[in-house]
Design a protein around this ligand. Structure first.
Ligand code: GLN
Ligand code: ZN
Length: 763
């Protein structure tokens, strides 16, 4: 009998109950007991949702982050929070969120303030975890209270519990040695604690433990490969069966290592590593369980169950009881329940599956394997019809878009002349001073703006009133920028709720859910738009607003667009065509908008690629392929304009060392980046590469309420000028200002403009 199991369930709740409970607790509007009670309610509900499976994950619930839970279980708390006298959960939130001393956030080290743990992306997902902190002296100490309590709770509810923990190598790999010491040296101290944890679970009658080691799908050097063997040989004596879980990618050269670890089973992502399965079978010891992740845990489409069965049945014949089936990875990365959706188009909805529906698919597959397809004929037929209607739907395929795509030539992505020729033509038209000042796009999104947008959405105000209100905001932004004396203006983005959703809503081929929330970090969730069909731009999207802003001033106003790569990376995408194809479709649509802006007389156009880096594959060997189509997509979008039009791009990060040549290939006239917290050292990469075009290194950290002083900005820009010729430097904040307040933005930008003036005089 093939067994079914799940690797993890979303914990935020179908209606984001956990989010609201956490935020109420943080605002002291509810008690700790109420929060804990809600946690128990969610766990119970989610276990019930998974009751049809043979094994159900326990320990995947978290009040903030599963990696931080693991740090607490291993007794690896950052020094600055050790010895805290209060409640353990409060201390946990101190690490997760930091604590400011009377809101002076830069005093985090003293006066009761505590710096938050650093946050970073969990592999190539949009989930952020709290980075474990290490140093050469780090020791570990088991505190399994939370996990054991959840296990007890599960057992008392009759749950067929399979505890889930993060494996020792992945735990070390994703952490950071604050003193640059060798993390692997800590393994020796870490393993006894893992041993103790597993023994604890065994003594609770646990049969299987899922131990997540997704680093196995990344490039490991010999030392790490060796450490894998050492670690699992040492853990071998435990009485529980270990299922080592890998996901998100391919094992490739680590396949032999993974197959031969001395554990009872291995889970493999059979979506990302389908081709790796058969070769793996040949090397997998014959006593081992093979768990295949056959349902996509990262996307919201129904699985083609009949096709999966065609592939699985021979494997089942070969493996028999040794075959388990599961989603490819934890379902943390998909929304909870499609049944909550009331407004999705019924046809499109019939093509989709969220976490609960995906588990239903697992059960159907297992039943078909164990009892024959006839036992689930109805379910398989319904599924086949859904897959077929989607495949053949005219709403998915648009012949004109297909034709445009095949018509893409290399020239489409090329400017007519190189940067210096363009710059010489742009200079007299734009007439900008040295060190020109600008902002990244958005201005504060006040409560009034949010209200106007939601009133318009719900029909409480009409198109005319809405237009007036937004124009009022634009006029305010322009006035403020006039008095600040900035050089290149923006319209402020008041009409945008989100830089991707705004464009998705206006493009054909996109659908939107009401409750399709996915945890991004802690209580923060995102609701990615759903890209389901060929992309077409039925009409202009931004020209009106920008033209209105431009009509109010003589200063150039930047047209403001989100680039194709970022739109793609922040959407649920199609699984019926390569990402590169969807990206190029987006590129063609946004290109039309760029050309329309140009036609309307807009002289500067910014195309944000905030998330370009996020799309990088886990393995470096696959980077080039991604960067090739990502950069090509940007070029298609941006480079159809005349020499006189200035193209800007913006990126929300500062790590360019390994992608600098791709960035240069984009050939934007100006790139603005995040640098204020790094003291401009990150510009070295641009310097070493001899990056040829203009750069605006961010000088104002917009994530913090602090107001940067004029001196500070001047000092930063002087450092920048040591690396980049002054005639190619811009002065701007790190990112958009939408999360800040006007009372912070005005003094900060006043200082920024004053700094630029001083720089013009001094350099
Ligand atoms: N133009 C966007 C803004 O200013 C850019 C946001 C971003 O880079 N994340 O808000
Ligand atoms: Zn940004």
């Amino acid at each position: 009998m093939a067994k079914t199991h799940n690797l993890g369930f979303p914990r935020i709740g179908a209606k984001r109950e956990l989010k609201f409970a956490l935020e109420a607790y943080w605002k002291r509007e509810s008690s700790r007991d109420e929060l804990k009670e809600l946690g128990a309610v969610l766990r119970k509900r989610h276990w019930e949702d998974q009751a049809g499976l043979d094994l159900v994950p326990v320990g995947d619930f978290s009040f903030y982050d599963q990696v931080l839970d693991m740090s607490f279980a291993l007794g690896n708390l950052p020094e600055r929070v050790q010895g805290f006298q209060g409640d353990q959960l409060d201390n946990y939130f101190r690490v997760a969120r930091g604590r400011s001393a009377q809101s002076t956030e830069n005093h985090a080290q003293c006066c009761d303030g505590v710096a938050a743990g650093e946050m970073t992306k969990w592999f190539d997902t949009n989930y952020h975890y709290i980075v474990p902190e290490f140093n050469a002296k780090t020791t570990f100490n088991l505190d399994a209270t939370q996990l054991l309590a959840q296990l007890d709770e599960a057992k008392s509810q009759g749950v067929k519990a399979k505890p889930v923990i993060i494996g020792p190598l992945t735990y070390l790999a994703i952490g950071k040695a604050k003193d640059d010491s060798n993390k692997l040296a800590l393994l020796e101290r870490l393993l006894p604690v893992y041993g103790e944890l597993l023994d604890n679970l065994a003594s609770q009658g646990v049969e299987w433990v899922q131990i997540d080691e997704p680093v196995l799908v990344t490039e490991l050097d010999a030392e790490w490969q060796h450490a894998f063997n050492t670690a699992y040989h040492q853990l071998k004596s435990t009485k529980v069966n270990l299922l080592v879980a890998t996901y998100f990618g391919q094992l490739q050269e680590n396949a032999y290592l993974a197959a031969n670890l001395p554990v009872a089973g291995l889970h493999l992502d059979a979506l990302n590593d389908r081709d790796g399965v058969l070769p793996l079978l040949n090397i997998l010891p014959s006593h081992k369980i093979l768990s295949l992740g056959v349902i996509n845990g990262r996307n919201i489409w129904k699985t083609d169950l009949n096709a999966v069965l065609d592939w699985l049945e021979p494997l089942h014949a070969r493996l028999g009881d040794r075959l388990w089936i599961a989603p490819s990875c934890s379902l943390l990365h998909v929304p909870v329940d499609l049944d909550s959706e009331q407004r999705l188009d019924n046809e499109i909805k019939s093509w989709m599956a969220f976490a609960k529906q995906k588990l239903g698919e697992i059960v159907v597959l297992a039943t078909a394997l164990n009892r024959g397809r006839a036992a689930v004929k109805v379910e398989l037929d319904v599924n086949r019809r859904a897959i077929e209607t989607r495949r053949n739907s005219p709403r998915v395929t648009n012949p004109a878009v297909r034709a445009a795509l095949t018509g893409i030539t290399p020239e489409l992505g090329c400017r007519k002349n190189p940067y210096d020729v363009r710059a010489a033509k742009q200079a007299p038209l734009l007439n900008l001073p040295k060190f020109p000042t600008t902002t990244i796009g958005s201005f504060p999104q006040t409560a009034e703006i949010r209200q106007v947008r939601s009133q318009f959405k719900s029909g409480k105000i009409d198109q005319v009133e809405y237009r007036q209100a937004i124009q009022g905001e634009i006029a305010r932004c322009v006035r403020e920028q006039e008095s600040l004396n900035l050089d290149v203006f923006v319209h402020g983005e008041a009409e945008r709720n989100d830089m991707v959703e705004y464009f998705g809503e206006q493009l054909e081929g996109y659908a939107f859910s009401q409750f399709g929330w996915v945890q991004s970090y802690g209580s923060r969730c995102v609701k990615p738009p759903i890209l389901f069909g060929d992309i077409r731009r039925p009409k202009v999207m931004t020209v009106d607003w920008i033209s209105y802003a431009q009509s109010l001033t003589d200063k150039p106003v930047k047209g403001m667009l989100t680039g194709p790569v970022t739109i793609l990376n922040w959407s649920f995408v199609r699984d019926d065509q390569p990402r590169s194809v969807s990206c190029k479709q987006l590129a063609l649509a946004i290109r039309e908008e760029v050309l329309d802006l140009e036609k309307a007389g807009v002289r500067v156009i910014q195309i944000d690629e905030a998330a370009l880096r996020e799309g990088l594959p886990l393995r470096k060997s696959q980077w080039k392929e991604y960067l090739d189509w990502a950069v090509e997509s940007f070029r298609i979008t941006a480079n159809g304009v005349s020499d006189e039009t200035q193209i800007h791009t913006h990126m929300c990060y500062s790590e360019f060392n390994d992608i600098i040549s791709a960035i240069a290939d984009m050939d934007a006239d100006v790139i603005t980046i995040e640098t204020s917290r790094s003291d401009m050292e990150l510009l070295d990469v641009f310097d070493d590469f001899k990056y040829p075009n203009e750069i605006g290194p961010g000088v104002y950290d917009i994530h913090s309420p602090n107001i940067p002083s004029e001196e500070h900005i001047v000092a930063l820009m002087k450092k920048a000028a040591e690396r980049i010729p002054v005639e190619r430097l811009w002065v701007n904040p790190d990112c958009g200002l939408k999360t800040r307040q006007w009372k912070e933005v005005i003094p900060a930008l006043t200082n920024m403009v004053a700094a630029a003036k001083r720089l013009r005089a001094e350099l």
